[in-house]
Write a protein that binds this ligand. Structure first.
Ligand SMILES: Cc1ncc(COP(=O)(O)O)c(C=O)c1O
Length: 477
C-alpha cells in the first residue's frame, strides 16, 4: 500500500510530500505501513494514536496467533523434569534462549541469557549479587531508570560509594572528559561497577557504547541498560562487551509481557554471589547437611519455575523483529523523529514564543525516538503536564507524562536543585506525595510530556501530534 493514498486529509498529504523530500529514506520503509495495515489493524480501526513505544511496544496479531496455536497443538509440562511433556517444553525454552544470544550476536561461550520477569528483575539480580565491599564504587549517570538507581541501596549497604555522573544541558549528554575523571575513581583491586543507559528513557540520548571499553580499561565492570535502546537499534555483542545487559521483551515487540532477560558475560557472572538459593538454582541442597551448591551459569540465577509457556513467544517476537528488519525500523524511527523535532519547534504563539520546549537533543544525531518536552503559553508559563495528558487522552493520543521512573533526568531537565529537593525531603511530614512535591517547588514544573515512536509508527501519528501541539497556540495558562 502506498502510504500517500491512505491520507484523506489534504494538509497531511502535503505535509507528507514535504516530509519525503526531507527524509527520502522513509520510502524504503513502506513495508512497515503494509505490516501495520495487516497485523496491527486494530490500532487504526480504533483510531488510536500510539506514541508510547518507550513505555511498551505493540504486538502483531500473528505473534499472538502463532503462540496460541503452539499452545493449543501441544502438551507442555514443567521443564524441571525429564518426562516427555517436560522435555518438549525444555526444548522450546532452550531454543528461545539460544535464539536470544544469536539475535544479539552473543557468543554462547562468552555470554549467557538469564530469563527474568523484566529488566528490573535483571537489574535486581546484579544489584543483590554484585560483591560490593567497603570502599568499592558504584558509578552511574544521572539519567538512569530507577531500577538502576536502586542498585545504589545494595552498594551502600555493603559500604560501597555510589557516585552520579552529571549531564550537561541542553542536550542532556555527559561531558566525556569529566566522565574520564569519574572513571579514575575505580578502587584498584576493588569491585567497581559502572552503569548507564544505552538510550535514556527520559531524553532519548544515546550514550556511546565506546564507554564500555574505556571503563573496562580503568578497572570497572560495566552494566549497560539497553531496555530503551534495543527496540529500535541493533545491539551487537560480538562488537561491544558489556558485562551485564538487562532488557524487557515487551519493549521490543509488545508480547509477551512478564519476561525479560539479563545477558551476562560468563566471566563477570562468576564473580556474583547470590544472597540465597531457591528451587532451580542449586545442584544439591541439604537440610541436615546445611549445605548447598549453586548451579552454573544461567541456572544459578533463575529462581523457581520459569514463566515457561510464554518463552516460545519471545522467540516468535524476535523472529518477527528480524523479519521486519531492525535497520528498517531504525531508519523509520530516525525519519519520524527528525520531522517531529523540526515541526514541533516550528509551532509558535503569535508573539513568536515557542509552544514546546524540549529536554534533550534537537537533532537526530546519537538519539533515539523518545522526545520529552513541556508546553508553554505565550508568556512562557508552563502548562501542567497532567493537563496536556488529559487533552491528549481526549484525542486518543497515548503519551506519557511525569518523570518516567527517571528522577535524575527529570531533576536536570527541570532545573531542580539539590537544595530545593533537600528542602522538600526535610518537610515535617514523613512521606511527601507527588502533589506535595509539586507544591513544594514553586514555579517549576515537576514533570514533563514524553512521546516516543517505534516499530509501527507512521507519518499520521507524528502529524497528529504536531496538530495537537498546534492547538495550544495562543492559549493562556
Ligand atoms: C531504560 C529503562 N530501563 C529499565 C526499565 C525497566 O523496565 P521494566 O519496568 O520492564 O522492568 C525501563 C522501563 O521503562 C527503561 O526504560
Amino acid at each position: 500500500m502506498n502510504t500517500m493514498h491512505a491520507f484523506r486529509d489534504e494538509g497531511m498529504k502535503s505535509a507528507f510530500r514535504e516530509f519525503l523530500e526531507l527524509y527520502p529514506d522513509f520510502v524504503a520503509t513502506y513495508p512497515v505501513d503494509d505490516l501495520r495495515a495487516k497485523e496491527y489493524s486494530r490500532v487504526d480501526a480504533q483510531h488510536h494514536i500510539y506514541l508510547d513505544y518507550t513505555g511498551g511496544n505493540l504486538y502483531a496479531d500473528k505473534q499472538v496467533r502463532e503462540h496460541h496455536e503452539l499452545l493449543r497443538n501441544h502438551v507442555f509440562g514443567n521443564p524441571h523434569s525429564s518426562n516427555p511433556t517436560s522435555l518438549a517444553m525444555t526444548d522450546l525454552v532452550e531454543h528461545a534462549r539460544h535464539y536470544i544470544l544469536e539475535f544479539f550476536h552473543a557468543d554462547p561461550e562468552e555470554y549467557v541469557a538469564i530469563f527474568t520477569p523484566n529488566a528490573s528483575g535483571a537489574l535486581k539480580l546484579v544489584g543483590e549479587s554484585y560483591p560490593f565491599g567497603k570502599g568499592d564504587q558504584y558509578l552511574l549517570t544521572f539519567d538512569n531508570h530507577n531500577s538502576v538507581n536502586g542498585i545504589r541501596e545494595f552498594a551502600r549497604a555493603r559500604g560501597a560509594q555510589p557516585t552520579y555522573v552529571p549531564l550537561e544541558l541542553p542536550d542532556m549528554r555527559v561531558n566525556e572528559s569529566q566522565l574520564s575523571e569519574f572513571l579514575d575513581l575505580a578502587r584498584p583491586g576493588g569491585k567497581n561497577l559502572f552503569a548507564y543507559p544505552a538510550q535514556s528513557n527520559f531524553s532519548g540520548v544515546q550514550h556511546p557504547l565506546e564507554w564500555i571499553e574505556q571503563a573496562h580499561q580503568k578497572g570497572w565492570d560495566v552494566l549497560v541498560d539497553v531496555a530503551a535502546f534495543v527496540p529500535t537499534n541493533r545491539l551487537d555483542l560480538a562488537r561491544w562487551k558489556p558485562d551485564f545487559v538487562p532488557l524487557s521483551f515487551y519493549k521490543m515487540f509488545g508480547y509477551p509481557t512478564g519476561v525479560g532477560c539479563l545477558l551476562a558475560r560468563k566471566s563477570a557472572l562468576k564473580e556474583l554471589h547470590r544472597p540465597w538459593f531457591s528451587g532451580g538454582t542449586i545442584t544439591v541442597a541439604s537440610v541436615q547437611g546445611d549445605t548447598y551448591y549453586m548451579a552454573d551459569d544461567e541456572a544459578g540465577f533463575e529462581d523457581g519455575t520459569l514463566n515457561y509457556l510464554t518463552l516460545p513467544a519471545v522467540e516468535i517476537g524476535l523472529r518477527h523483529l528480524t523479519a521486519v528488519g531492525l535497520d528498517m525500523i531504525h531508519t523509520r524511527v530516525q525519519c519520524l523523529t527528525g520531522w517531529l523535532l523540526e515541526n514541533l519547534q516550528a509551532v509558535r504563539h503569535s508573539n513568536g514564543a515557542p509552544v514546546v520546549r524540549f529536554y534533550g537533543p534537537l537533532n537526530i544525531r546519537a538519539r533515539g525516538g523518545t522526545i520529552t518536552m513541556n508546553f508553554y503559553d505565550p508568556e512562557g508559563r508552563f502548562f501542567d503536564h497532567r493537563r496536556i495528558e488529559a487533552e491528549a487522552n481526549a484525542r486518543k493520543i497515548s503519551l506519557r507524562t511525569g518523570c518516567f521512573c527517571n528522577p535524575g533526568g527529570g531533576e536536570i531537565a527541570l532545573g531542580l536543585s539539590q537544595t530545593e529537593l533537600a528542602g522538600c525531603f526535610n518537610q515535617p511530614q514523613e512521606r511527601l506525595t507527588l502533589d506535595d512535591f509539586r507544591l513544594c517547588i514553586d514555579g517549576k514544573s515537576f514533570g514533563a510530556v514524553r512521546v516516543s515512536v517505534g516499530l509501527v509508527s507512521n507519518f499520521a501519528d507524528v502529524y497528529h501530534f504536531v496538530q495537537f501541539a498546534g492547538s495550544f497556540v495562543d492559549r493562556r495558562k
